[in-house]
Structures are given as C-alpha cells and as structure tokens.
Design a protein around this ligand. Structure first.
Ligand code: SF4
Ligand code: SF4
Length: 159
C-alpha cells in the first residue's frame, strides 16, 4: 500500500513543481516587464558584454603603441595549464642591457579563464577582453601574440 501512496505522491509532487515553473514562464509570457533576452547574432553591432565578462586574455596598449609588460615571466609561471609562453629579448636602454618582452604568446585554446595571469601580473599589463566569438576552422588561429608589432613597454613603468 505504501508503495502505491509514494507513487501517487511523486506524481503530484512532479505536477506541483511543473506548475510552479510554468507560473514564472506564464507571468513573463503575458507581462514581459524587463526584457533580459537578446536577439543574437542580430544584435552583434550593439552587443555589450558586462564588465566582468572573461572573453579572452588581452594586453591593452595605449595610443602610442605602448603596453605595460616587462617580460618578467610571472604570468607564464602562474598559468596552471601552460597557456602562456614568454619570449624575452635583451635591449640596450641608456647604455644598460635590459630584459624586455619579445613575444607574449597566449594559447586561447588551452585557457580556462581562471584569471591568475591577470591577477598576478605585477605591472597590470593584462586584462580580460570581451570578444567571445572564437570559433575557427584552424586551431592555430587561437594562438595569439598579445604584444602588438613594434610596441614597446611604457616609459612610465621603466622609471
Ligand atoms: S604580462 Fe605581466 S606577468 Fe606576464 S610577463 Fe608581462 S609583466 Fe610579467
Ligand atoms: S586565465 Fe588562467 S588559464 Fe588562462 S592564460 Fe591566464 S592563468 Fe592561464
């Protein structure tokens, strides 16, 4: 007998939760209020992701093509899955030999967006960008060099 009671109890429980869910759906169906869904990809031109969105790791440059990366390698050491490779070079600055970034290589295909590189960079050279359309036919396109061609480290940082 108990088995039969439990059986019908489960059925009524299921119907009750279904009605609870449908009440929310129904409320938005008849009176949408604030519309939170967006017509993607039709809204590509105007689409703005929220500030904390982690689309990809980027290296911001200023209008003089300067960035803040010193090539210290801390992000490479802290990345838990080897998504970053730092290739550094030596530069002569004021007749002194100084280490500088040659290529900051970022493998987006391996990145888990944990944020450790961004958080631990001592010069705040990295950030998260908002780009999220990363589908490509050739995965080598997901390997990016974050420092732009001919860019240099900002002077403010060196001094
Ligand atoms: S991005 Fe930051 S942590 Fe990484 S090499 Fe450049 S300065 Fe160092
Ligand atoms: S976000 Fe995390 S996984 Fe991605 S590159 Fe930075 S440290 Fe590596």
């Amino acid at each position: 007998m108990k088995v039969v009671v439990d059986y019908f109890k489960d059925i009524f429980g299921g119907i009750k939760t279904l009605i609870t869910g449908m009440k929310v759906t129904g409320k938005y169906f008849v009176s949408p209020g604030e519309i939170v869904t967006q017509q993607y990809p039709e809204n590509r031109e105007t689409l703005q992701m929220f500030d904390r969105f982690k689309g990809e790791v980027i290296m911001p440059h200023n209008d003089k093509n300067e960035h803040k990366c010193t090539g210290c390698g801390i992000c490479e050491m802290n990345c838990p899955n080897g998504s970053i490779e730092i290739i550094s070079k030596w530069e002569i600055v004021d007749e002194k030999k100084k280490k500088a970034i040659d290529k900051h290589i970022y493998h987006l295909s391996m990145c888990t967006f944990c944020g450790l590189c961004v958080k631990t960079c001592p010069s705040k050279a990295l950030a998260f960008g908002q780009e999220f359309e990363h589908s490509v036919f050739d995965r080598s396109q997901l390997t990016k060099i974050l420092n732009k061609p001919n860019s240099v480290v900002t002077k403010d940082l060196k001094e």
